[in-house]
Design a protein around this ligand. Sequence first.
Ligand code: NAD
Ligand code: IMJ
Length: 258
Amino acid sequence: MAEKLLEGKKGIVFGVANRRSIAWAIASRLSEAGARLAFAYQGERLRDRVEELVATLPEPSPLYSCDVTRDEEIQAVGAALARDFTSIDFLIHCIAFADKADLERDFIETSRSGYLLAQEISSFSLTACSRMAAPLMRSGGSIITLSYLGSVRAVPRYNVMGVAKAALESSVRYLAVDLGKGAIRVNAISAGPINTLAARGISGFADILRIVEEKAPLGRNVEVEEVAAAALFLASPLSSAITGQVLYVDCGFNILGL
Ligand code: NAD
Ligand code: IMJ
């Protein structure tokens, strides 16, 4: 049988909250491809749920608590990875947060604190996590984050998250330049709408799914497994010349003018 794509590779996944999380779909796919995984979850509130999910993987995986607003917790993850894995080959960043109120009223009403919160958690955390991980990627590596079309288009109610995703996608390019010399690649996947915890609370989300289904060139919404397959590609040597990119996995919706 052909060698698995990620046989012998190790990495860390940030952003599993529950079984619907995009991070979980990616973790499952990378694990299937032979990778060994570590998980960083937001805080003790999530530990039991993440533990339960991770127990279903074929190999035991270390779990670390990490609130990305705390530098010392990110540093502790670096130390734990050095201890448990010695080196890593990939980092998956699936983290976003904004104050719910900022996703419900007009963008112009965004508060200073709400703006900074969205930037800190949804954008700066990629840079902080990359700085932690890069020294562990001794033979090169792949860093992957998740974005959304609201970074480059004004999507109703995405608001402050759109501005944070614009900064995230720009960070991908600057990080790709800094880390390229160490053969570390940095890319984003811009996924179409998927029914996860981060999407379900949004009023009108069902309408958004319906509009995409109606208009997207492929005439349907994206499946989370399709996002995971793109992540496998970007984590694997198949994408060895691809860095600094935003790869749309959205059934073609982003190409439309009207
Ligand atoms: P999710 O709610 O399952 O994942 C979001 C994660 O962010 C959670 O695991 C949460 O614990 C984590 N998080 C929030 N604040 C944190 C903090 N301070 N420290 C550490 N972790 C923190 O939802 P999801 O849809 O899987 O979201 C994952 C990524 O995918 C996000 O970046 C989101 O913007 C992006 N995305 C989602 C969609 C969609 O429609 N669901 C589409 C495109 C992109
Ligand atoms: C989120 C808000 C508005 C429109 C939206 C979304 N569309 C999509 C999303 C069209 C697809 C989901 N998405 C891409 C996100 O990045 C969501 C981020 C998010 C969601 C919440 C909900 C609960 C909360 N804070 C949040 N912060 C970020 O309190």
